[in-house]
Design a protein around this ligand. Structure first.
Ligand code: GAR
Length: 202
């Protein structure tokens, strides 16, 4: 069985779904380690409560990314835990070269919108303001450009007339918890090929 490493910054509901699915056998993977840039992340406590390895790593002085020497410690830790696939689950930093080079084609992210619509932050608010009738979530490979890598899977939810960013986020989150496991299973199985931007099941 392959090892995943999960990077988190906060609440950790996606991580919790991943752990639950590993425990019930829906997700065919071992959880090598969970790493957070935030000492107080609820995600770290969830990890410990389930008996997995939870690690805080100093993110350094930058707010939205990691300086190379700091990102190197993330790489080193993931390697020490024999991680095959890195899963970003609410990790609120832009991934740079040290991680991208060390885990080429082996980093996934989950985003709460139907990419390429609404990359970045506060995306539920943006979707409501734009007036789209459907939104959803996307699991994609991480590349140098933010929220722009090849798409593994997506799920769609309606945007209702009386939605607030919170109600829409909750509807999307439910789908996130389901499709992240699906996407990780696909990627770990190796039963896919990448044709241009397209991830195709084989
Ligand atoms: C999730 O909705 C995830 O898609 C989003 O942050 C939330 C984390 O929640 N990620 C991004 O916006 C990445 N740009 P969680 O900590 O409960 O999983």
């Amino acid at each position: 069985m392959k090892n995943i490493g999960v990077l988190v910054s906060g609440r950790g509901s996606n991580l919790e779904a991943i752990i639950k699915n590993i425990e019930n056998g829906t997700l065919q993977a071992n959880l090598g380690c969970v790493i957070s840039d935030n000492k107080d992340a609820r995600a770290l406590q969830i990890t410990r409560d389930h008996g997995f390895k939870a690690i805080w790593l100093d993110p350094g002085p930058k707010k939205t990314w990691l300086l190379p020497e700091y990102e190197e410690t993330y790489v080193k830790t993931l390697k020490e835990h024999n991680v095959d696939l890195v899963c970003l689950a609410g990790f609120m930093r832009i991934i740079k070269k040290p991680l991208l080079d060390a885990f080429k084609g082996r980093i996934l992210n989950i985003h709460p919108a139907l990419l390429p619509s609404f990359p970045g932050l506060e995306v539920q608010q943006k979707a409501i303001e734009y007036g789209v009738k459907f939104s959803g979530c996307t699991v994609h490979f991480v590349s140098e450009d933010v929220d722009a890598g090849a798409i593994v899977t997506q799920a769609v939810v309606p945007v209702l007339d009386d939605d607030t960013p919170e109600t829409l986020a909750a509807r999307i989150l439910k789908e996130e918890h389901r499709i992240y496991t699906e996407a990780i299973n696909i990627v770990l199985s190796g039963n896919y090929k990448i044709d241009g931007r397209r991830v195709i099941r084989i």
